[in-house]
Design a protein around this ligand. Structure first.
Ligand code: MIC
Ligand code: SF4
Length: 643
């Protein structure tokens, strides 16, 4: 039998199930990561499991999202997470040390290992041959407690790269090209393996720019082989002992193969408000730009920063543009400082922000009203920047800096000679901002520091045989978790306060939703295709649960969100006939009976009490998922299993 890279890793980590696409498999998890915006909840959940110390090979708690401390909330949450890490055996990456995915790639990722993280861009570490996946916080908590991670065995896609990129065309343009080809739902249910002769010219950070945006495709994971380029990167990080080579077998079978000839690519741009709304930069040249942001877990490596510095050296930022630079890690920033690149950037008039997510999640640096913002980030969902009518475009660092200089969208190929950038053979290694946990003997003495912002989180209820409720909201295709549970500097500090967060649920779509749903008591949401794409935030399930949502009936779901709904005890049902979506309206009362029998057979009948029409819904849950729903969510299920 010949295997793909991902299949090889899955085979090695399989604790349950058959490696057949569509079937549920359970995997042993070697490493976990959390960030602070999802971490607080994940640690509260972990605490309820009563495990004295994490059971993974390595677990790291990062602080990188909620770094603006405009009140006590974020600082309290940082202290809570730090004390949890110390007590329960995790490393703690202090605020300022960098964005979780960038730091994990530099310092901790290991080819061939499994990693799950409570952040959808965890797949970044696929750039060095890891099977790295985003997950809900509760799934990460279970993995920290030694439990397996359950996924639907994905299909295998292969992207073959041939040729060489032209000057000013970059790894980011490859990410945008695959989004153009596949769209934001094209990767759902698949692992995307990158290969072909074209990968030989891509360094690990460039590969990571590509795997990072696998999240935007909805893919379960994205992965590169581990080869001599990987070895070179690991040597530069002083970690060559962790290197293992990894490639697919020659006759490995793929469900889909996509070829991209790199020399044919031009600089690309994702237009508002979706990462797959792609055109060539040259086609919209001249559009006035108000703001440019360079950074995020997609494009904040030393290589990216050095290119930007080389291009902007000796020039000044256009007077009508505000330029921000957020290096991905302390390592990147300190190396920029040492080689003078930081001085060149500062001299241009750019604003240097801390090594954190920052503007990407609306944590400061929101654009002006109706402002056009060019960002090297991965998401441009409506309102995500913190400015409701802001217009965000996604681009490469080269395209970003070209606009920062000219003040308008500019094809970077017009910048003249491409920058010559040399990456040092050795990176500056200083792990002093990663704190080690207390020893097992001392752990019991460590006090958990809780602030007043931490409130109890809602628990699901055991499923009943029948269910009757009204439709509290009907939404269209590609609804993101940013629609369901917005982020941004004003709301993010309340990630451990579900009652407070609930006021903002679906605010972007319908500002009356929260009150209406609460007044209904129990309700159903109707969704279109790819419902819940984007972030892994389980708050997009916990908050609707708090507001009484018990069923979401959609055309299809994004992977992590569907898992989060089940974990929360909300039943995700899919339309069998897509036209039935048009038959339902907000306010209709629906009735579902024979739920248990339906779950066994995979089909449930939903009756619309307004007109007595019957709708067939699919519910292809695994035995474990049925039990979780029956128990009222994963936490109750874990508790009953333990009895
Ligand atoms: C994002 O990019 O949307 C986030 C913020 O990193 C999220 C996690 C979160 O909502 O806390 C993600 O991608 O999972
Ligand atoms: Fe942070 Fe943005 Fe990356 Fe999410 S996508 S982890 S908010 S930098």
């Amino acid at each position: 039998m010949e295997y793909t890279i991902a299949e090889k890793i899955i085979k090695k980590h399989l604790v349950f199930g058959k490696m057949k696409a569509g079937e549920e498999v359970a995997l042993k998890i070697d490493q976990t990561l959390t960030q602070d915006a999802t971490g607080t909840m994940a640690y509260l959940e972990f605490e309820t499991m009563g495990i004295p110390r994490v059971k993974t090979e390595l677990s790291v708690a990062y602080i990188d999202h909620n770094t603006l401390q405009s009140g006590f909330e974020n600082a309290d949450d940082h202290r809570f997470i730090q004390s949890m890490a110390k007590k329960y055996g995790l490393r703690f990456s202090r605020p300022g040390n960098g964005i979780c995915h960038q730091v994990h790639l530099e310092r901790f990722g290991i080819p061939g290992k499994t990693l799950i993280g409570s952040d959808s861009h965890t797949q970044t570490c696929g750039g060095l041959g890891m099977l790295a996946m985003g997950a809900g916080g509760l799934d990460v908590a279970v993995a920290m407690a030694g439990g397996a991670y359950h996924i639907t065995m994905p299909k295998m896609y292969k992207v073959n790269l041939t040729g060489v990129l032209n000057p000013f065309v970059t790894a980011k343009d490859i990410s945008l090209e695959i989004l153009r080809i596949l769209s934001v739902k094209g990767g759902v249910g698949a692992i995307i393996e990158w290969g072909g002769p074209g990968i030989k010219n891509l360094s690990v950070p460039e590969r990571a720019t590509i795997t990072n945006m696998g999240a935007e495709l909805g893919a379960t994971a994205s992965i590169f082989p581990s080869d001599e380029i990987t070895l070179e990167f690991m040597k530069a990080q002083g970690r060559e002992k962790d290197f293992v080579p990894l490639e697919s077998d020659v006759d490995a079978r793929y469900d889909r193969v996509i070829d991209i000839e790199l020399s044919e690519l031009k600089p690309k741009i994702a237009c508002p408000h979706s990462p797959d709304n792609i055109v060539d930069v040259e086609s919209i040249e001249g559009t006035k730009v108000d703001q440019v942001c360079i950074g995020s877990c997609t494009n904040s490596s030393l290589y990216d920063m050095l290119k930007v510095a080389a291009i902007i050296k000796g020039k000044t930022v256009n007077p009508d543009v505000s330029l921000s630079i957020s290096p991905g890690s302390k390592q990147v920033l300190s190396m920029m400082a040492e080689c003078g690149a930081l001085t060149d950037i500062l001299a241009s008039g750019a604003r240097v922000l801390e090594c954190a997510c920052g503007p990407c999640i609306g944590m400061g640096f929101s654009p002006n009203s109706q402002g056009v913002s060019l960002r090297t980030f991965n998401r441009n969902f409506e309102g995500r920047s913190g400015t409701k009518d802001g217009r965000v475009y996604l681009v490469s660092p080269e395209t970003a800096v070209a606009a920062a200089i000219t003040g308008v969208i500019t094809d970077p190929r017009k910048l003249g000679e491409p920058p010559e950038v040399k990456i040092p053979e050795k990176f500056k290694v200083d792990d002093s901002s990663v704190l080690l946990p207390a020893s097992e003997d001392e752990a019991s003495e460590v006090e958990i520091l809780r602030g007043p912002n931490i409130k109890a989180f809602p628990k699901g209820e055991p499923l009943k045989e029948t269910f009757k409720a009204k439709i509290s909201l009907k939404v269209s295709d590609n609804i993101t978790t940013d629609h369901i549970m917005p982020a941004g500097a004003k709301i993010l500090p309340y990630r451990s306060n579900i009652p407070y967060l609930s006021k903002y649920c679906f605010e972007v779509c319908d500002k009356d939703f929260a009150e209406r749903a609460k007044a209904e008591g129990r309700s159903i949401i109707i969704g279109g295709e790819n419902y819940g794409q984007g972030s892994s935030r389980e708050h997009a399930a916990l908050v609707p649960l708090y507001l009484g949502v018990r069923v979401v009936l959609a055309k299809s779901f994004a992977r992590i969100h569907e898992a989060n709904l089940i974990n929360a005890g909300i039943m995700p049902l899919t339309f069998k006939n897509m036209e039935d979506y048009d038959e339902l309206s907000q306010g209709d009362e629906l009735f579902i009976d024979n739920i248990f029998e339906g779950m066994e057979s995979g089909e449930i009948t939903v009756k619309n009490l307004e007109n007595s029409k019957k709708i067939k819904a699919a519910c292809n849950f695994s035995g474990r998922q049925r039990d979780i729903l029956k128990a009222g969510g994963l936490l109750s299920y874990v508790a009953t299993e333990a009895e």
